[in-house]
Design a protein around this ligand. Structure first.
Ligand code: NAD
Ligand code: UGA
Length: 453
């Protein structure tokens, strides 16, 4: 099928590349000339395992193209996916300006029937606003062209995006019951048929329920994490081990094992903004979602947990202290530092007079960009960040090591070397990578999250 993807970011590029891999003829549009240039010169603008190979293969086969040409993009696809960003507005609601601009562009140039798919995460009711924008553009040039707006939210995770897209747990598609909606449904069915071969993975529903499902999923996952973090903080006080508790409750199939890891808070471009946006939607209807307010508050506090533990351990005297930081990305296998817990910790340490040596397998360049923003008000603090060339080198003469991201490369370090390089053998582990008993044997002072057994 001929597919257009509007917005060639994480979701757009993965969707475009994977649909091309399945044999579709894909046109990826972006307004960002830099991204399009990188893609046209054979690179990819993000770090995502497996993606570069798929993009290269399909580019070579002529199944995927990248462009900033809006008219050509609209002419190309019978299905037009909108995969642009929906960042938080000042009040926390989803800013729909990019989605609506994309819709207007389709309306400006379309001549025949188009299926317009909202793949971006958008609040309930957005499909109606997209349809209104399309109608408005069509009426301005007295066009009779028809369309149907479909909701097809995306559930991929960064770092496992290709795998998640290619082997989805579920495909959620919301269509309306008009004649155009039925036509859209059969086109979406054809497009997703390769994913449903062994068993049906598509959940068909009305448009609003599909839009809601996306927020409900992210809010549920964020809630599990904040709930475990809250329990971990209590475990620290009562002398229980949250890791044992995690196994104990996760073995109940009604609870399940995933997304029960306590740590130094959730980050990324999605959970923080989607929890907020769902709260805002509720407020528009006069409702307060108390659980979600708590989920957010717990997470904000949890991002400070490493800083608080370090402050307490060093009697609030951080001036002149030096810390090694392993992990800057909001999670492993990505260079994404949006809302990363590392930024909160490093802010706390530097603003209280400490210096840091940081190491992350892929986020070092992104870190330099991000820290310039974080310390715009105190640029002299940037001199107190040293960028280490490997994890061990980051440890040299540090008063302690703090682990913020659970990269595989940090899981089994040579502890003799760790001890030899640190000024004192103290580890603050924001992702519970090590066993307290083993650390004890190694005579390493170990501070995990909820592991004060
Ligand atoms: P992103 O910022 O990586 O990419 C968005 C792209 O859209 C950018 O390259 C931007 O230049 C482009 N763009 C903006 N306006 C445009 C326009 N009018 N025409 C063409 N291109 C335009 O964003 P993302 O992470 O891919 O997220 C996109 C949406 O998908 C968001 O709603 C997000 O919540 C949702 N989502 C993201 C993930 C994820 O893991 N990143 C997963 C599921 C859902
Ligand atoms: C999340 C969802 O997992 C995806 O299904 C969804 O499509 C995506 O948001 C989105 O809507 O954009 P992502 O943000 O890429 O994906 O990353 P996750 O793996 O969910 O991790 C998010 C954060 O939660 C990370 O900071 C991670 O460290 C933290 N986390 C995760 C925990 O603290 N504990 C856990 O048990 C799991």
């Amino acid at each position: 099928m001929k597919i257009t993807i509007i917005g060639t970011g994480y979701v757009g590029l993965v969707t475009g590349a994977c649909l091309a891999e399945l044999g579709n003829d894909v046109f990826c549009l972006d307004v960002d000339q830099r991204k399009i240039d990188i893609l046209n010169s054979g690179g990819i603008p993000i770090h995502e395992p497996g993606l570069e190979e798929i993009v290269a293969r399909n580019r070579a086969a002529g199944r995927i193209q990248f462009s900033t040409d809006v008219a050509a993009s609209v002419a190309h696809g019978e299905v037009q996916f909108i995969a642009v960003g929906t960042p938080p507005d000042e009040d926390g609601s989803a800013d729909l300006q990019y989605v609506l601009a994309a819709a207007r562009n389709i309306g400006k140039y379309m001549n025949g029937f188009k299926v317009v798919v909202d793949k971006s995460t958008v609040p309930v009711g957005t499909a109606d606003r997209v349809a209104a924008a399309l109608r408005d553009e069509l009426s301005q040039r007295a066009s009779q062209a028809e369309f149907s707006v479909v909701s097809n939210p995306e559930f991929l995770k960064e770092g496992a995006a290709v795998e998640d897209f290619m082997r989805p747990d579920r495909i959620v598609i919301g269509c309306d019951s008009s004649a155009q909606g039925e036509k859209a449904r059969s086109m979406m069915k054809k497009l997703y048929a390769p994913f449903n071969r062994n068993h049906e993975r598509t959940y068909w529903m009305d448009v609003r329920s599909a839009e809601f499902t996306k927020y409900a999923a992210n809010a549920m996952l964020a809630t599990r994490i904040s709930f475990m973090n809250e329990l971990a903080n209590l475990a620290d006080h009562v002398g229980a081990d949250i890791e044992a508790v995690r196994h104990g409750i996760g073995s109940d199939p009604r609870i399940g094992h995933s997304f029960l890891y306590a740590g130094c808070g959730y980050g990324g471009s999605c959970f923080p903004k989607d929890v907020q946006a769902l709260e805002r939607t509720a407020q528009e209807y006069g409702l307060n979602l108390l659980i979600l307010q708590a989920v957010e508050a717990v997470n904000a506090r949890q991002k400070q947990v490493l800083g608080s533990k370090i402050q307490a351990r060093f009697d609030n005297q951080l001036v002149g202290k030096h810390f090694a930081i392993w992990g800057l990305a909001f999670k492993p296998n990505t260079d994404d530092m949006r809302a990363a817990s590392s930024r909160v910790l490093i802010g706390e340490l530097l603003r209280n007079g400490a210096t840091v040596a940081v190491y992350d397998p892929v986020s070092m360049e992104e870190a330099k960009r991000v820290f310039e923003l974080d310390f715009y008000d105190a640029p002299e603090l940037l001199n107190n960040i040293r960028y280490a060339s490997n994890p061990m080198e980051a440890l040299d003469a540090a008063d302690a090591l703090a682990i913020v991201t659970e990269w595989k490369a940090f899981r089994s370090p040579d502890f003799d070397q760790v001890k030899a390089r640190l000024k004192q053998a103290v580890i603050f582990d924001g992702r519970n990578l090590f066993e307290p008993a083993v650390m004890n044997e190694l005579q390493i002072e170990y501070h995990g999250i909820g592991r004060s057994v």
